[in-house]
Design a binder for this molecule. Structure first.
Ligand SMILES: [Cu+2]
Length: 124
């Protein structure tokens, strides 16, 4: 935990320095843009390291949130990610996929890690 906080802190200081080095007029906006960029960098960094990996999980649908475009699954262990069995919420890549999910139904999904989200890209 600590090293991460330290890194974030350093990055914040760096982006603050950058922001004040640039035109002073839009300081607040520069800061926000910097922080947003940082989050995106984090996501793209983990993507960039290796080609986007698609994982498979088998599980039972616990909840479907059509508004949010999310599905909660009680999934079995996922070896490719070293995950134990658990309940977790996935996003669907396309809300049209939600038709294939219904509470209590057993499904096999393909998903990818995108930043902090897990996005279902396919379902059987
Ligand atoms: Cu999980």
């Amino acid at each position: 935990m600590k090293p991460v906080k330290l890194l974030v802190g350093l990055a914040l200081v760096a982006s603050a320095a950058l922001a004040s080095a640039q035109s002073g007029g839009m300081k607040g906006m520069e800061m926000k843009a910097g922080m947003k960029g940082m989050e995106m960098d984090k996501g793209s960094m983990s993507k960039g390291d290796k080609a986007q990996t698609t994982h498979k999980a088998v599980g039972v649908v616990r909840k479907v949130d059509s508004k949010a475009g999310t599905v909660t699954l009680a999934h079995e262990p996922v070896k490719t990610l070293n995950w134990p069995a658990m309940n977790m919420t996935f996003k669907v890549q396309d809300k049209a996929m939600l038709d294939k999910f219904a509470e209590g139904k057993k499904v096999e999904v393909e998903f990818q890690e995108r930043g902090k989200d897990h996005v279902i890209t396919g379902v059987k």
